[in-house]
Unconditional design. Structure first.
Lengths: 335, 307
């Protein structure tokens, strides 16, 4: 890697794992994951519920449940955020990396005014006075498309609609102009009409601020319009990673292909919806071989025998599969 | 906010009326009267006394007289004291009871909330267990047991503090009665605070606050404390009334000249006027404290205000 590309790297996950200690034994929610995020890049993390996609990034933010433990490295501009002391971590989160959560109805504090919740991180991270912070926050409310921001600034969260609250949460995350924005299913709790607006907002603002965006979602439809690159997660690891067009046109991993086939089309009858048979594996009893092997239509002996590693198939395109699809058409003949 | 307070105030009027009425008639159901004593008085004198206090009239008429006086702010005469009427006697005892009650109330809240928060933040660790055990002692032992033990230890054996009495009203006379009154409430408040704080710290908006990197101190003090106080505040209304009724016992154990003493003597002597007067006084106080609690609640939870 040249110096220039090295400088371009914002976040690097190296051999990153998360383990939860439970009374029934340890559960490995994320295992030995590697991922590189460049400055200003927009990456979508796709996977089913329980694939570990949310936990991965909660872990980086230091927000795991008490029984969760991270290992490996998460280098943000070369500094391992997993190794930081709580006090040092608080200087990074909310400033260099910020997070937008899934449910805007519960993400805001019901007993504090919007103004208080927006200005505090400016006062703490940037040393703004209360007045300067208010001006900055009002400006940000305007940019996230809140009409009449001066009036809404002094309201409580319950006095605003869900879409409005999610805009507030986004404004809150972007106020300090973070280098990395993690959005954990930011549109799942919203109406479809609002979803598109919110996604546009992410698109515009992150581009404007050159903020790298990690969009966690289970909706491939969301991914198509928004991301530069997609990482598909299954059972705590990335199974395929590719530029967005390539992933849609030439999915290599059978899981990606199955996810893709499962997107409902408007002309499709309800009875014809494609589903992936079976369920995600129990993280405490992972298969010996490929995690997807019990559900895979293309499973063969070597899949059951040992786990596949991520292999580069084309520039910027890698998949963890012994028998990847060369083309998408092949899936249709299998399905 | 003001109109909310006013509406709450209006709604207390029927409550007060029902309580006065119930109290008036229940008291008359009890056998005996204010002038029954060891030595019975001559009938002519009893006749005169009854006429003087309107006790010879039908009960319903006495009730109407009493309510009429009450509406004019007159708590009526005491049956056992010629020199002071009920209102005057209450005013004599009030400063003592008030000082005692408010100090104990404040102490209970401060200790309770502080211990509860520590317990929540160090959940299932050493400070949580130690404080929890200490508080348990305060809750399970009744004040009439704790009080003599403290008197014995700190008043007599160590001789650090006076055993009882008001003295010159300085702090050292207040310590023991206030501690005895505050202890059980501090215990309950700490348990409520701990539970509520643990729940709030697991809420999504606390995760948001942590993600903002504002630090643990602001996360707790600004983001968690206010919502966590809601169940505590709703307990404070009843707590205030327990505290006041508890002060009756504590005042007599420590020989303090508060309202409690009048109440107990009046109840034993069937001093109808005095008993009713103190009951009404306590009631107004409790209703008033509950009003404060409701207003505090509205302050804590913005959603309540619009109702």
């Amino acid at each position: 890697m040249t110096d220039q590309t090295q400088k371009d790297v914002l976040l690097e996950l190296k051999d990153y794992s998360i383990t939860f200690k439970t009374p029934d034994g340890d559960v490995k929610a994320v295992s030995n994951m590697n991922l590189t995020v460049r400055r200003g890049e927009r990456i979508a993390i796709v996977g089913e519920s329980g694939s570990g996609k949310s936990q991965t990034f909660l872990g980086i933010m230091g927000l795991l449940a008490k029984n969760g433990q991270t290992s490996g490295q998460a280098l943000l501009e070369g500094r391992d955020v997993l190794a930081l002391k709580p006090r040092e971590l608080d200087k990074v989160r909310g400033k260099d990396m910020a997070m937008v959560f899934q449910d805007p109805m519960t993400a805001l504090n019901p007993s504090l005014k919007i103004s208080r919740q927006l200005t505090e991180q400016l006062e703490i991270h940037r040393g703004f006075t209360a007045k300067a912070a208010s001006i900055e926050a009002l400006d940000m409310l305007k940019r996230v498309g809140i009409p009449d921001p001066t009036r809404r600034f002094n309201l409580y969260p319950h006095e605003l609609s869900g879409g409005m609250r999610q805009r507030i949460v986004i404004a809150m995350a972007l106020l300090t102009k973070p280098k990395l924005l993690i959005a954990d299913e930011p549109t799942t709790a919203l109406d479809v009409t609002i979803q598109a607006q919110i996604l546009d907002l992410f698109n515009d603002l992150t581009a404007e601020m050159n903020t790298a965006l990690l969009m966690i979602t289970h909706d491939l439809g969301v991914v198509a319009g928004l991301a530069d690159r997609v990482a598909v997660m299954y059972a705590g690891n990335i199974v395929e990673e590719a530029p967005v067009d390539e992933l849609f046109e030439k999915p290599a991993h059978p899981y990606t292909a199955a996810l893709h086939a499962a997107i409902p089309r408007p002309d499709q009858d309800v009875d014809d919806l494609v589903v992936i048979p079976g369920r995600p594996p129990n993280l405490q009893h992972l298969p010996k071989g490929c995690n997807f092997s019990p559900r895979c239509p293309k499973v063969q002996d070597d899949c059951i025998d040992r786990p596949p590693q991520l292999e580069t198939l084309a520039p910027q395109h890698c998949a963890a599969c012994f028998h990847p699809f060369p083309r998408r058409e092949e899936l249709l003949t299998h399905a | 906010m003001l109109s909310y307070a006013f509406r709450r105030l209006l709604s207390t009027i029927p409550v007060l009326w029902i309580a006065v009425t119930a109290c008036f008639f229940v008291l008359r159901l009890a056998p005996g009267g204010p002038f029954d004593g060891e030595r019975s008085l001559p009938p002519a004198i009893l006749q005169n006394l009854a006429a003087h206090y309107n006790l010879d009239k039908p009960l319903i008429q006495q009730y109407l007289y009493y309510v009429g006086d009450l509406l004019r702010g007159d708590l009526g005469p005491s049956f056992s004291s010629e020199d002071f009427n009920v209102a005057q006697q209450i005013m004599i005892g009030l400063p003592y009871t008030f000082t005692l009650g408010m100090t104990a109330f404040a102490l209970a809240i401060i200790i309770g909330v502080a211990v509860g928060c520590l317990g929540a933040l160090y959940q299932n660790k050493m400070p949580d267990y130690v404080l929890g055990a200490m508080i348990l002692v305060g809750v399970v032992f009744p004040n009439f047991l704790i009080a003599p033990i403290l008197q014995l230890v700190f008043g007599i054996q160590l001789a650090w503090l006076p055993v009882g009495g008001w003295g010159d009203g300085s702090l050292k006379y207040l310590v023991l009665p206030v501690v005895v009154m505050a202890l059980p409430h501090a215990g309950r408040i700490s348990r409520i605070t701990r539970g509520s704080m643990i729940e709030v710290m697991n809420q999504n908006f606390i995760r948001t606050a942590k993600a903002k990197g504002i630090g643990p101190r602001l996360t707790v003090m600004r983001h968690a404390l206010k919502p966590a106080m809601m169940p505590v505040v709703s307990y404070l209304g009843p707590a205030a009334s327990y505290l006041l009724t508890g002060s009756l016992v504590v005042e007599s154990i420590f020989g303090l000249p508060g309202i409690g003493r009048y109440f107990i003597n009046a109840a034993l002597n069937r001093d109808y006027g005095m008993v009713l007067g103190t009951v009404i006084f306590y009631m107004v106080l409790i209703v008033f404290l509950n009003l404060i609690v409701d207003i505090a609640y509205a302050w804590l939870d913005p959603k309540v205000r619009n109702r």
